[in-house]
Design a protein around this ligand. Structure first.
Ligand SMILES: N[C@@H](CCC(=O)N[C@@H](CS)C(=O)NCC(=O)O)C(=O)O
Length: 209
């Protein structure tokens, strides 16, 4: 198994943290997005979307999308489950993780990609050219402000996203907060519950992955 990765990018980091939480070491191959290596013919043969992360199995099969990669890893390595332990927990994890992806990762990406001149005509990842929409960048910033407040309220009464169970949803929220620095958004000083949770997750060895 091989992970096509880019150390600086948020989505591959989600998979690296997931693997670290499960104590799984796999080979990684860096695809330098700054040098547009994701657009090379060789990489597009593996990943027509031209996106990382990409998991390649030993038989050559490639799996794209963070959620699908994590699902595969969880099925093959069920120890230290991160996608839930019971039917209900699995549903709750998936629900929260989906919301955090949409309201976190995607909101920051909108804020970043619709404003940064380096992403002109690349406002969305993938093979098609999309022009930037400045209003989407502004909306992304506002959504991140709301996310910080919503998470702060949530962590007032909950150790992790799902009670006292550390899950992939925490990894998504944690990675979002690191990614938000790209649009100069940091945890507001008065969000003490969010900061408490962040410090707790940041102290886990996997946070360095
Ligand atoms: N929905 C995808 C998102 C992957 C994604 O956006 N990856 C970014 C890096 S964080 C990428 O490969 N960007 C390539 C580009 O901008 O051309 C997933 O879940 O894996």
């Amino acid at each position: 198994m091989k992970l096509y990765d880019y150390a600086a990018a948020p989505n591959p980091r989600r998979v690296r943290i997931f693997l670290a939480e499960k104590n799984i070491q796999i080979e990684t191959v860096q695809i330098d997005l700054a040098k547009l290596e994701q657009k090379s013919e060789a990489f597009l043969k593996l990943s027509p979307l031209g996106e990382v992360p990409l998991l390649q199995l030993d038989d050559g099969t490639c799996i794209s999308q963070v959620h699908a990669i994590c699902r595969y890893i969880e099925e093959v390595y069920p120890e230290n489950p991160l996608l839930g332990r019971t039917p209900l927990e699995k549903a709750l994890v998936e629900s929260s993780n989906h919301q955090l992806n949409m309201n976190g990762i995607v909101a920051v990406a909108d804020g970043f990609r619709n404003a940064n001149p380096a992403f002109a005509d690349r406002a969305l990842p993938g093979p098609n050219a999309y022009a930037q929409i400045p209003a989407l960048a502004e909306r992304g910033l506002a959504r991140v402000d709301h996310l910080f407040r919503d998470l702060d309220a949530h962590f007032a009464n909950s150790e992790f996203v799902i009670g006292d169970y550390f899950s992939v949803a925490d990894i998504t929220a944690f990675t979002t907060i690191g990614f938000a620095r790209w649009i100069k958004k940091t945890i507001p000083e008065d969000c003490v519950n969010l900061q408490r949770w962040y410090d707790q997750v940041n102290a886990r060895p996997s946070a360095k992955a």
